[in-house]
Design a protein around this ligand. Structure first.
Ligand SMILES: Nc1ncnc2c1ncn2[C@@H]1O[C@H](COP(=O)(O)OP(=O)(O)OP(=O)(O)O)[C@@H](O)[C@H]1O
Ligand SMILES: [Mg+2]
Length: 152
């Protein structure tokens, strides 16, 4: 089952993230994919603000993994765009069960080490309107299906 959502502004994408955050649970994994500048980091920032993370959330492109612990639950924000070989060695998988929420940008680049149960969110930039995004959400596993049922 796929859910299709349209976003017409940065604010819409933030609201989507906030709605999903309202159904968060420990060890939730959210996998973001989509073109450069399509809104993955905006989504992560929206999620973090709903979690009441106090630190500024910035793109983790060069750090790969950033941990924010000031919110209601730990947030592990990753961007694996620049991760080449040695995927296993930096310990991404350990985060899935550390009790917080993991958000991974460019998750399709590490397909082989994604957990089976997760939420995939794919952003596509509209050709007609530069601020519009088609967002396809796919839940894998009952808990993620319940989240989608609750908020979409
Ligand atoms: N509907 C929308 N949703 C999200 N962002 C939007 C939207 N419309 C315009 N934008 C703009 O698009 C940009 C999205 O940037 P963002 O850093 O979130 O992209 P990204 O997918 O993380 O890119 P990268 O692949 O480089 O990490 C922002 O400048 C934002 O203001
Ligand atoms: Mg980004």
């Amino acid at each position: 089952m796929n859910y299709k959502v349209m976003s017409y502004s940065e604010k819409d994408t933030i609201e989507l993230a906030q709605n999903i955050e309202s159904e968060k649970f420990p060890n939730m994994v959210i996998c973001l994919t989509g073109d450069l500048g399509s809104g993955k980091t905006i989504f992560a920032k929206g999620f973090a603000s709903a979690l009441e993370v106090e630190e500024e959330v910035t793109s983790p492109t060069f750090n790969i993994i950033k941990e924010y612990t000031s919110g209601e639950m730990p947030l592990y924000h990753m961007d694996v765009y620049r991760l080449d070989q040695n995927k296993e060695e930096i310990g991404i998988e350990e985060y899935y069960t550390k009790g917080g929420v993991t958000i991974i940008e460019w998750a399709d680049m590490i397909e082989s080490i994604l957990p089976e149960e997760r939420m995939d969110i794919k952003f596509k930039i509209s050709e007609e309107n530069e601020d519009a995004r088609t967002i396809i959400i796919t839940p894998y596993g009952q808990k993620y299906e319940d989240v989608c049922e609750a908020v979409l």
